[in-house]
Design a binder for this molecule. Structure first.
Ligand SMILES: Nc1ncnc2c1ncn2[C@@H]1O[C@H](COP(=O)(O)OP(=O)(O)OP(=O)(O)O)[C@@H](O)[C@H]1O
Length: 815
């Protein structure tokens, strides 16, 4: 009992808290509050300033607050006086001025809508500052005065008992230095560095001094008569370096030159010659001396800059471009009477018939329990001990006959329960409206990437699944059993939950009528090929191009994920939002792409392998990069849902099908043939089958939603997928050599080095547009460097290495 009470309490509290949250999130509330804070801050500031001059005069009036005859000098009257008395005299003294500054900042932030998180720091430092200044002023004043306030004075007395006067002073100095260290991000290394640079500077000056002396020595020596001590020792002469020898070699050259003049002159100018010799020597010395470049220490940051960008600008918000986008409201959806009427008589009658039929076959029942769902009621039976389960399973048709009802399904045993279930359709089925699904708190609070509200289970629980986890969905069912409604339910769910920046749809509708309504939201939610006019694809050749284009997008996304060193789109986007990926390196926020294909059988019939291959490739690989497939088909035959497709679509929905074989094809078991239609479906998310009544959303409802979204500001164009040049899009293969692209040879080298003939490789390596890369690939094909087009696979490279390429090109020129 106690356990049951708890959740009701929290349920009551939450809406009230949310209302309060919504109230404060309202811009009007924020404006009024902001203005109040700003005005109140100015009020306090003026009152405090005035109090500085009038406090002694007004002090006696404090007790006379209600006395109308008593007058005060404070510019802001008795209220100003009392507040100042409270905050300054009885509070923090002069330091109380910090308070109006903080209030002003708060009001200002509220007005310009800066996040509250940014106020935490100023308030924290502000309050600490008030206390610190109060203590500081209290330290220097001997009485409770206006400077320190009562707080500062009392704190000083209190601290003095423990630390003494000197202790307080040290504490103040320490806290001040600690503040400097935290505020300006200083640490001991900075001081050490400061010390080192000083030391280096003094060392440099010291180094320079002896150098000067050395330089001067030879000049002094040369100009003066050589002293006996400086006469060259023979031993030393032997040790002379080559360099010194070369100086000697210079000597005769100059003296020979001088020798051409008279010998007298030679003697007279001997001293001078020496000086000249040395002067000649100087530049040689200079050449050899090493000029040591000053080591400039690179500036380093003390914190991660990405964090700083986030701190300054907040996380990247992908929804900013359509910041005013309004999600569709609940009132666009229709309301139905959805209360399930439990018909006691019907229940009783069905129970009696089940018991009777089973007893005819000598199967005793220990217990029976009924759960009434929207369309079917589940009777859970606990058979007597020793009854074989297979025996009950075989009685399916007999029980159906005795209950004279269609769509009876026997689940023997119910997984995880140890009972046997018999699902019997209700006489009056209840519709599950889309509105109830969208409004359910399970959907509203779903923390999923791509939540889909499919419908209600037999126990009336809303069944919400995450398309991102599925990761692809296969839908099958005979015509008129609710497939199209199911697709609309999926799309509507996503429209109610995801911003246009977060998800894009690629819609393929060969029937041309089912998804046309979504044309209105083309520039919000749809993705298309660059050259196509219509975003919704109805033409088979366009489907092939779109699928191949999605394969290119997939490859490009994998490259992005690789360079960002993440494993999936969620991690990638989180990293991108935290501004850890540079958009200049090609990184961008990646929206989920949901590819919806209606009438898959029709596509396979007309395009066969051409669509199957890229679909299989996407299904196999696209889960991590946020491309999800929803494929619907009327005919779940094995040539439509082939083994390779089936293997990659673990999540499947089966509406009613006409034969057991079809049921087996789609669900790997029977059951879908026993459904009753009209949205009655079985969902298989791996191994377990869940019976669900699909939600119902009408065409007018979808129209209202798309109108609502379509009427809002949109992106300039639909989301553009990478361009794909199909086989027929290529130019003729007889390309003239002179018409070749200027980058032809570079491209050939890239392709040969990588041994991979793909246009996207050229795009990346040579930084080309897709069209140009495609043209070059065609030219390479014409030149016999790459093989022919092979669907989504890269072309074969026919030239093994650069040498062979050169030979080929040379041969071309000569021929
Ligand atoms: N979830 C549902 N709840 C109630 N009724 C439904 C539901 N889904 C479908 N129906 C009924 O079934 C009819 C056919 O549904 P829908 O058009 O989705 O069938 P379909 O399988 O797409 O058929 P087709 O393959 O011919 O397009 C609807 O008009 C509606 O009356």
């Amino acid at each position: 009992m106690a356990k049951k009470k708890k959740p009701t309490k929290t349920k009551e509290k939450k809406p009230r808290f949310q209302k309060l949250k919504a109230f404060f999130a309202n811009r009007q509330t924020q404006t009024i509050l902001g203005l109040f804070f700003v005005v109140f801050a100015i009020f306090l500031f003026v009152a405090f300033a005035s109090f500085l001059f009038s406090w002694q005069i007004d002090q006696s009036e404090i007790t006379e607050f209600s006395n109308r005859t008593a007058k005060v000098e404070n510019l802001l009257g008795k209220v100003g006086n009392s507040l100042s008395e409270f905050f300054m005299y009885k509070g923090f003294g002069i330091a109380a001025f910090i308070l109006p500054i903080l209030l002003f900042l708060t009001g200002f932030y509220l007005l310009i809508q800066v996040s509250f998180a940014k106020l935490r720091k100023p308030w924290g430092w502000g309050i600490l500052g008030m206390i610190w200044f109060a203590i500081l002023f209290g330290f220097f004043t001997s009485d409770a005065s206006l400077l320190s306030g009562v707080v500062g004075y009392e704190l000083n007395i209190y601290l003095e008992q423990f630390l003494g006067k000197t202790g307080i002073l040290l504490l103040l100095i320490f806290t001040f230095l600690a503040y400097l260290a935290i505020r300006f991000k200083l640490n001991a290394n900075h001081f050490a560095q400061l010390f080192k640079t000083k030391e280096r500077a003094t060392e440099e000056t010291k180094d320079e001094e002896p150098a000067k002396v050395d330089d001067e020595v030879p000049i002094v020596k040369d100009l003066s008569e050589p002293t006996p001590s400086e006469k060259i020792d023979k031993n030393e002469q032997e040790k002379k370096s080559d360099f010194e020898l070369s100086v000697e070699n210079l000597q005769p050259t100059i003296s020979n030159y001088l020798g051409k003049d008279s010998e007298k002159e030679q003697k007279e100018e001997e001293d001078l010659t020496l000086a000249i010799e040395i002067k000649e020597e100087e530049p040689v010395v200079d050449e050899v001396s090493i000029d040591v470049e000053k080591i400039v220490e690179e500036k380093s940051e003390t914190e991660n800059l990405a964090d700083k960008i986030v701190e300054d600008f907040g996380e990247f918000d992908p929804t900013l471009e359509l910041g005013n986008f309004k999600f569709p409201t609940l009132n666009l959806l229709r309301e139905f009477n959805e209360s399930i009427a439990v018909d006691q008589e019907e229940l009783e009658a069905n129970k009696n018939r089940i018991v009777e039929t089973l007893s005819n076959y000598k199967i005793g029942i220990a217990k029976i329990k009924a759960t009434v769902g929207p369309t079917v009621t589940l009777y859970e039976i606990v058979p007597d001990a020793g009854v074989r389960i297979s025996k009950i399973k075989n009685l399916e048709d007999d029980i159906a006959l005795s209950l004279s009802a269609l769509g009876i399904r026997i689940i023997a045993p119910i997984p995880g329960k140890g009972t046997i279930g018999i699902e019997v359709p209700n006489k009056n089925a209840t519709m599950v409206s889309m509105k109830s699904m969208i409004a359910s708190s399970k959907f509203q609070k779903a923390q999923m990437e791509l939540p889909i509200a499919l419908g209600k289970t037999i126990s009336n629980e809303s069944f919400i699944v995450d398309l991102a986890k599925m990761p692809h969905l296969l839908m099958a069912g005979a015509t008129g059993q609710g497939k199209s409604v199911g697709l609309n339910v999926v799309l509507t769910s996503l429209l109610y939950k995801k911003h246009p920046a977060e998800v894009k749809f690629v819609l393929v509708d060969p029937k041309k009528v089912e998804l046309t309504l979504f044309n209105k939201i083309e520039r919000h939610y749809l993705a298309k090929l660059p050259d196509s006019e219509e975003a919704i694809i109805t033409d088979t050749t366009k489907v092939v191009n779109t699928l191949n284009s999605l394969c290119i997008e997939m490859d490009a996304r994998y490259d992005l994920l690789k360079s960002a060193m993440v494993r999936n789109i969620k991690e990638y986007n989180t990293k991108f939002k935290a501004r850890k990926l540079n958009p200049e390196n090609g990184h961008q926020f990646l929206p989920y792409i949901v590819l919806v294909i209606d009438e898959f059988a029709d596509l396979i019939m007309t395009a066969g392998k051409e669509v199957e291959t890229p679909i299989a490739r996407l299904a196999q690989l696209a889960r991590a990069i946020g491309i999800h497939l929803i494929v619907a088909t009327q005919r779940p035959s094995v040539n439509v849902i082939t083994g390779i497709i089936k293997a990659n679509f673990p999540a499947r929905i089966a509406f009613r099908v006409t034969s057991k074989i079809d049921s087996r094809t789609i669900l790997d078991g029977s059951g879908a043939d026993q459904l009753i239609g009209k949205g009655d479906m079985l969902y298989s998310g791996g191994n377990e089958l869940v019976r669900i009544q699909c939600a119902f959303v009408d065409t007018p409802e979808v129209e209202k939603i798309t109108d609502f979204i379509g009427s809002q500001r949109a992106y300039p164009d639909a989301h553009l997928l990478p361009e794909y040049v199909g086989e027929e899009g290529g130019t003729s293969l007889d390309i003239d050599i002179s018409d070749r692209d200027t980058l032809f040879k570079d491209a050939a080298l890239v392709i040969i080095t990588a041994q991979q003939g793909s246009a996207s490789l050229l795009q990346r390596k040579l930084k080309l547009g897709y069209n140009r890369a495609g043209r070059i690939i065609d030219q390479l094909e014409a030149a016999g460097i790459v093989g022919p087009f092979e669907g989504s696979k890269a072309r074969q490279v026919l030239i093994p290495d650069e040498l062979a390429l050169n030979q080929l090109l040379e041969h071309e020129k000569n021929s």
